[in-house]
Ligand binder design. Structure first.
Ligand code: SF4
Length: 231
């Protein structure tokens, strides 16, 4: 699998995103999945998949701590494109143990506690959703963070033994906004209230103009601002 990275990258170069997604879904039938958090980037990708009826399995993760707006947007998105969007939940015992032992807001107390909560509510369901997949599509953009700036269009993820395809890796935030406006793509109304990168409600806040877009996530921490989904 890993040996195909250069060949596949060459195939993808020069193609539109629609063509790239079609190529991958034909090359790996039934094994291409897209994890959507319903952020603006993910909505762009869903639009391309939905309008062109590309055979990609779309899923999202309900951590149990999401904003109500996200549930409305999930249903709206499903209805607009007439697509299936599987929802993965955390293991109920894991959540019960966490909350019963440490309470509902342990993530504010230490980075370890925050990572533990993200691991239970996000990473473990993600790993379950990715089982059997050969290509994982993401909405990551290089300019979102230092961590993401070194990412490639197509990468091999050794830990999960799959290709990670980042079709928007070279897009700017303005590119995303322009695409959404032009195509009337549905998006979370919180984006109009200063929320740029949106995760769980207790761990996301609105930011001021000019602030780092990721600064609204886990704002009380000074570390890297990743939840462990993208290693
Ligand atoms: Fe838990 Fe916050 Fe991570 Fe959501 S973002 S899983 S509430 S620590």
């Amino acid at each position: 699998m890993k040996e195909l990275l250069n060949e596949l990258t060459n195939e993808l170069e020069g193609k539109s995103i629609e063509e790239q997604l079609s190529f991958l879904s034909n090359r790996f039938p039934g094994k291409v999945v897209f994890s959507s958090s319903l952020g603006q980037e993910d909505q762009v990708i869903t639009e391309i998949i939905g309008v062109n009826k590309i055979a990609v399995n779309i899923f999202t993760i309900d951590t149990g701590r999401l904003f109500p707006e996200l549930y409305e947007l999930t249903d709206k998105t499903r209805n607009r494109y007439k697509i299936k969007m599987d929802v993965f939940f955390p293991n109920n015992e894991d959540v019960e143990n966490l909350v019963n032992e440490k309470g509902f807001t342990s993530f504010y107390e230490s980075v370890e506690n925050r990572v533990e909560c993200c691991n239970i509510r996000k990473v473990k369901p993600l790993n379950r959703a990715l089982q059997g997949a050969k290509v994982w599509i993401t909405g990551l953009r290089g300019e979102q963070s230092l961590n993401r700036s070194s990412m490639q269009l197509l990468e091999w993820e050794e830990g999960r033994q799959l290709y990670k395809f980042n079709p928007l890796i070279n897009w700017s935030y303005n590119d995303v906004l322009a695409y959404i406006e032009k195509n009337d793509v549905p998006y979370n109304p919180l984006h109009n209230k200063g929320f740029i990168s949106i995760g769980c409600s207790p761990c996301t806040r609105a930011i001021e103009k000019g602030e780092d877009p990721r600064s609204g996530r886990w704002w009380w921490e000074t570390s890297k601002k990743e939840c462990g989904l993208h290693k």
